[in-house]
Design a protein around this ligand. Structure first.
Ligand code: ACO
Ligand code: ZN
Length: 283
């Protein structure tokens, strides 16, 4: 037990207040030392500055002039009032750092990046007359050697299981398509991350296979979806849709098997309306 305790850093902040939510945290996050003895932190939901006392937050809210995350709006869907902002970690360093501190409270295995300069943050919001409220985000390296198209992804607990995770994942692949590259999430994936990715990959691939039957290769699937070939292969193997013939992997999509998987795959969730994405790759 001792040994185990040494490896498991104690959770420091137990709860946070963010907008109209009080949220229990999941994991340790390395906030600056002056927050070490703090059980609850108060976040400004717009600039993500955090404070030890409620009165400090109230005072802050009177003078904070943000009503949404900083950065450039790259997506807006009117009906759901959903907005996605791209925040450049170099231009909005403090915001990027605050976001990383906040995210680490819900991400176990990720190391915290202090070098937010190298990342873009895609922050998803639900908007109403009080402002744009952060729902979740993903980060993306400006330049990835390993063809990562997503570094960290988080849906804040009050908003989980509503399809926002898969929406953000879909979004990361839409950006890759615009870049003309294939992408893959940074490893390792958490359990919930893996479930969400597997769900997304399964849904996307089954929909295409349903149309094309077996007359399509993994390479073609990869070109169409921007999903890395390895991820396609493991997903289809998991669905028992791959046969190994003459030293080659071949897709073997029996219509009955496809239908069974499609039924089990459940709801598609929120769709990304590509016509509403206004974005050019980072240079
Ligand atoms: N129990 C079982 N299955 C779950 C759960 C759960 N609590 N949460 C998600 N899933 C699965 C389901 O299959 C779900 O699809 P379904 O609802 O159609 O069945 C699928 O994951 C995705 O659900 P979404 O609602 O689209 O995803 P959500 O908004 O909840 O976000 C996310 C998923 C981002 C992984 C969220 O759980 C989270 O933020 N977790 C904490 C941080 C984390 O682990 N991030 C991933 C780390 S890996 C990386 O960053 C590269
Ligand atoms: Zn603020």
């Amino acid at each position: 037990l001792r040994e185990h305790e040494e490896f498991t850093k104690v959770k420091n902040i137990a709860t946070i207040e963010l907008g109209r939510y009080e949220i229990e945290t999941w994991y340790f996050s390395p906030f600056p030392p002056e927050y070490n003895d703090t059980l609850k932190l108060y976040f400004c939901e717009f600039c993500l500055n955090f404070m030890k006392r409620k009165e400090q937050l109230q005072r802050h809210m009177r003078k904070c002039d943000l009503k949404h995350p900083p950065g450039d709006e790259i997506y807006r869907s009117g009906t759901l009032s959903i907005v996605l902002k791209q925040v450049d970690g170099k231009k909005n360093k403090v915001y990027g750092q605050n976001l990383c501190y906040l995210a680490k409270l819900f991400l176990d295995h990720k190391t915290l990046y202090y070098d937010v300069d190298l990342f873009l943050f895609y922050v998803l919001c639900e908007c109403d007359d009080r402002g744009c409220h952060m729902v979740g985000y993903f980060s993306k390296e400006k330049h990835s050697e390993e063809s990562y198209n997503l570094a960290c992804i988080l849906t804040l607990p009050p908003y989980q299981r509503k399809g926002y995770g898969k929406f953000l994942i879909a979004f990361s692949y839409e950006l890759s398509k615009k870049e003309g590259k294939v992408g893959t999430p940074e490893r390792p994936l958490s359990d919930l991350g893996l479930l969400s990715y597997r769900g997304y990959w399964t849904r996307v691939l089954l929909d295409i296979l349903k149309k094309h039957k077996s007359n399509i290769s993994i390479k073609e699937l990869s070109d169409m979806t921007a999903i890395k070939a390895d991820d396609i292969l493991t997903t289809l193997q998991g669905l028992d849709l791959i046969q190994y013939r003459k030293g080659q992997h071949a897709i073997c999509a029996d219509p009955k098997v496809l239908d069974r998987h499609l039924k089990a795959a459940g709801r598609g969730g929120l769709e990304v309306d590509v016509s509403k994405l206004i974005w050019t790759p980072y240079k």
